[in-house]
Design a protein around this ligand. Sequence first.
Ligand SMILES: Cc1cc2nc3c(=O)[nH]c(=O)nc-3n(C[C@H](O)[C@H](O)[C@H](O)COP(=O)(O)OP(=O)(O)OC[C@H]3O[C@@H](n4cnc5c(N)ncnc54)[C@H](O)[C@@H]3O)c2cc1C
Length: 281
Amino acid sequence: MKFTITGSSNRCFSSSSSQNVSKEYDVVVVGGGILGMATAREILLRHPYLKMAVLEKEKDLACHQTGHNSGVIHAGIYYKPGTLKAKLCVEGLNLAYKYFDEHSIPYKKCGKLIVATDAVEEKRLHDLNERGMKNGVKDLQMVSASMIKEIEPHCQGICGLWSPHTGIVDWAEVTRSYGKDFTERGGKIHLHFKVTSFKEAAESSLTSKGDGNKYSVSVHGKNDVVKASYILTCGGLQSDHLAQMSGGKVDPKIIPFRGEYLLLNPEKQHMIKGNIYPYPS
Ligand SMILES: Cc1cc2nc3c(=O)[nH]c(=O)nc-3n(C[C@H](O)[C@H](O)[C@H](O)COP(=O)(O)OP(=O)(O)OC[C@H]3O[C@@H](n4cnc5c(N)ncnc54)[C@H](O)[C@@H]3O)c2cc1C
């Protein structure tokens, strides 16, 4: 189920088409999805003196996974307790809502209802509840069949697990907002810059930065090249190619698969108020 969120777009970051870009940076991040943009923004917030750039091959940020996902702000129910994933998901939800409020990004805290339809699923749902509780998921609760009807009148089940703080947001808009924060602090975003290779400069040809350090890597695109001291690649589904380009191993490889979701017709949308999930098989 996907909800449409309308709101003002934050596309006022400065970006440059990379025709004949020739620039030198302390840190270059490859990939303008949410991972690359959030990482670049955070590095610059922590180290404002750095010269930084993000290189993105598309005409805009968030054109791939980040702009085509189901927009859920996950609460951290499923992850194994004690793992970094569980900890970061629970913390990340709070930080995400704080960021959305501070930057007027529209979202809906519509909740998530996981529904059990038989006794086997009911038992598993209790286990999932325990897992979520251990992870510290706020206000998670088991609900009866009658409470399911109160939350989602058109939904049927023998019991449910209700997570009221799960929400939805347009992650592409969040990424553009990170881009705005980044460029306002002096970061550069080069769009239309597809990285095709990294080359380590020979010692004799290193360009001095004037502080005793040198730009040791050149990052090549079709028509452009930038130099950098450090490179970070956040290439989403191309991350294995970028890893190999930068001297990494062939494995792990990205395995493609296709996922689909459907939108309810407008006349049926009143039937569902939030996120309804089956027990994960
Ligand atoms: C169907 C689906 C549903 C999902 N639903 C949710 C959800 O509801 N909630 C949630 O939190 N997460 C969800 N996810 C996961 C989430 O979308 C991803 O984890 C996240 O978007 C990954 O971000 P990314 O920046 O790593 O990748 P991407 O958004 O794919 O960004 C990678 C970027 O790198 C760029 N790039 C790649 N190679 C190069 C190159 N050589 N040169 C320059 N640029 C390059 C690409 O153009 C791209 O913009 C979903 C994912 C999918 C597929």
